[in-house]
Design a protein. Structure first.
Length: 519
């Protein structure tokens, strides 16, 4: 499989796309000026303890208090992403934080935390909708090949390393060389076929980093930020950029130089794969990513055969419906249904990763009468989800023909990132946010300038978008005028939908708006 990482870093956003055989598989976005806290470590102060919920709220210095469940204070090792227990701390029946407990029994939250108590916690889930962040007292520091867990003595191996011989070899190496038997490590997927030298380097870096965090925590008063995780680009390098990636292309020269410097010290073998994109056409346009992003925001996704899937995202769960659509098949009905369901499996697995959908997911496949067909669809789904870096769990097909599954959710989905509740339908649907539309307009202005060399244009947009362009993005407009040596007028048009806009040439009144090609 051809794997490529394409990164767009402009003055509005940093976006990183993972392509598999030229198809968009994963997308990560960070908007400039917004705060991303997943993985950050804070020293917090307990503000309330709720025995009825077995939880506490912790002030970590953000707008909303963080939620801490008792399972994130006592051992709950199966919650570690991608990993499988090899040394089960639960079997010992002891906790380094919670004292003696019976196997499978959790102590009361009141025995572990008191109001006003200071505690070191790490962000496990970003704030979503009206909910504050979820935190854990289990600190994890990810490296290239290992994840360091200073608060537990567990050693584990990524579930994606399937060879039992290789799993055992890796565990034996880490067990032999780890500096402190009371502290644990998780062996990451990238560690497959690696040896002692790589692990020692990771261990040295991570343990020294933990000492710095611990020292800062002891000298700080709650609430405060103790450790901030890497920015998007370097998280992608750490977590996704492996030897099986054919190229890493980025359009920012400054970030390109920083990446080379970073790899020079840690992963010099990957340096030849890093390339600087310096063409006029925007990098996501050149690689066909912009169109694929827009498709990922649609409710209905067509399959190559003519069938389709419909994805509905609600607060409680995600439902996915599979339909034959235009596909009537050439064989009997059973084979037509099986083919459609198998084709849907591949697209569903990709959409879960791309949209970053999580929580409870219900898939309504087309009803299958034959048990062997049901088994084949389930096994194909399990296989397709192996490329997903988020933890998933699939149950058997129910009597109603539904597949129930869960997928780990740590941050808002792509829909929540790009869209806002629609003012035209009282919140029943979503449209592109004013930020997303404003940024699209700014990018289109650049493209239009490159195509037509216009000196004076007018942007017509809905009142909310026009106000955003003149207020929040006013400086960006002035910067574009200076950089492109052109005049840009912005005017509101109350008849335009919030997602629609027009870019008019003031020279000959031509409509220069870039329209997507019909499919």
């Amino acid at each position: 499989m051809l794997k490529e990482i394409i990164v767009s870093d402009d003055e509005y956003e940093t976006r990183a796309a993972l392509l598999e055989n030229k198809v968009l598989a994963e997308l990560s976005i960070e908007r400039k000026g917004e705060r991303y806290i997943l993985g950050n470590i804070y020293k917090g102060r307990v503000t309330s303890v709720l025995p009825g919920m077995q939880a506490a709220f912790v002030d970590i210095g953000l707008d909303r208090n963080a939620f801490l469940h008792v399972s994130d204070i006592t051992h709950h090792l199966e919650e570690f992403e991608e990993f499988e227990n090899s040394i089960a701390v639960e079997e010992k029946g002891t906790s380094k934080k919670g004292g003696e407990t019976k196997k499978g029994e959790q102590p009361s939250i009141r025995d572990l935390l008191k109001k006003g108590q200071e505690i070191l916690v790490q962000i496990d889930k970003e704030p979503m909708d009206t909910k504050g962040p979820r935190v854990t007292a289990y600190i994890t520091l990810p490296g290239r090949y290992l994840v360091y867990m200073p608060t537990v003595e567990h050693i584990g191996v990524s579930r994606k390393i399937e060879s039992e011989t290789e799993r055992q070899r890796l565990k034996e190496i880490v067990e032999r060389i780890r500096p402190n038997k009371n502290q644990g490590f998780i062996i990451r997927t990238a560690a497959e076929n690696k040896g002692e030298e790589e692990f020692l380097s990771d261990m040295k870096f991570l343990t020294e980093h933990w000492e710095q965090i611990n020292k800062k925590s002891q000298n700080s008063s709650a609430p405060c930020l103790i450790h901030e995780d890497l920015g998007l680009i370097f998280r992608v390098i750490r977590d996704v950029f492996t030897q099986d990636v054919s190229q890493f292309v980025i359009d920012s020269k400054n970030e390109y130089n920083r990446i080379l410097e970073f790899l020079d010290n840690l992963l010099p073998s990957l340096k030849p794969k890093v390339k600087l994109y310096d063409k006029n056409e925007p990098i996501f346009e050149a690689y066909g990513i912009e169109k694929q992003i827009k498709k990922a925001l649609r409710q209905k996704i067509w399959l190559k055969s003519g069938g389709h899937i419909v994805i509905n995202q609600t607060e409680a769960l995600v439902s996915i419906d599979v339909n034959t659509g235009k596909y009537v098949g050439k064989e009997n009905a059973d084979e037509t249904i099986l083919k459609t369901n198998l084709e849907a499996v591949a697209e569903i697995a990709r959409q879960l990763r791309l949209r970053d959908l999580g929580g409870i997911i219900i898939i309504d496949f087309i009803d299958m009468d034959k048990e062997e067909h049901k088994t084949k669809v389930l096994k194909t789904l399990e296989e397709a989800l192996k490329r997903d870096r988020s933890r998933t769990n699939i149950l058997q097909i129910t009597e109603l023909g539904l597949v129930e599954m869960t997928r780990q959710r740590t941050r808002p989905s792509l829909i929540n990132m790009f869209c806002q509740p629609c003012p035209y339908c009282q919140g029943d649907g979503v449209v592109l946010s004013t930020d997303s539309t404003s940024i699209s307009i700014l990018r289109d202005i650049k493209t239009i300038h490159n195509r037509y060399k216009e000196k004076h244009i007018k942007v017509l947009a809905s009142p909310p978008v026009a106000f955003s362009l003149m207020d929040e993005y006013g400086k960006k407009i002035k910067d574009l005028e200076y950089a492109l040596k052109m005049k840009i007028d912005v005017e509101e048009d109350p008849d335009l939908h919030i997602e629609d806009y027009k870019i008019i040439s003031m020279k000959d009144k031509r409509d220069l708006t870039i329209n997507d090609e019909s499919e």
